[in-house]
Design a protein around this ligand. Structure first.
Ligand code: FE2
Ligand code: FE2
Length: 135
């Protein structure tokens, strides 16, 4: 599983959101390292909980900004946030309840989900917010 690297495609142009995306990626990378180093279920589970908590906070920050600026695609964006949170909860559930769960495919799925989201839907609110003075 490759490291998540910061690149231009990931920049949405709103400082606070870009900072939060950086923290999300750092946490994903920590998870990846924990797996590579063969850390046990406990530390991986703790990292995953931290990722879920931070993701929830990040999604609600984004939704608040979109709501305040009457962003037209908010319903579609919110639905995608819910889908991603579902994937995260499923990963956490499997980690806690399934013996010898293969975490790597789950993490790859999460990584791809985040990247697609940040490089796709998240790119769309940037210009809308910038035009309304939010940077
Ligand atoms: Fe985001
Ligand atoms: Fe988003």
């Amino acid at each position: 599983m490759t490291l998540l690297t910061w690149n231009h495609a990931c920049t949405v142009g709103v400082r606070a959101m870009d900072d939060q995306h950086g923290i999300l990626m750092d946490t994903m990378n920590e998870l990846r390292l924990a797996l590579v180093h063969g850390s046990g279920r406990e530390p991986v589970s703790e990292l995953l909980d931290r990722l879920i908590e931070f993701t929830r906070m990040h999604f609600s920050s984004e939704e608040q900004l979109m709501e305040q600026s009457s962003f037209p695609s908010l319903p579609e964006h919110r639905a995608e946030h819910l889908r991603l949170l579902g994937l995260l909860r499923e990963a956490a559930h499997r980690l806690q309840h399934v013996v010898n769960v293969p975490m790597r495919p789950l993490l790859c799925q999460l990584r791809d989900g985040y990247l697609d989201h940040i490089e796709g839907l998240d790119q769309k609110y940037g210009p809308w917010l910038n035009q309304r003075g939010v940077y």
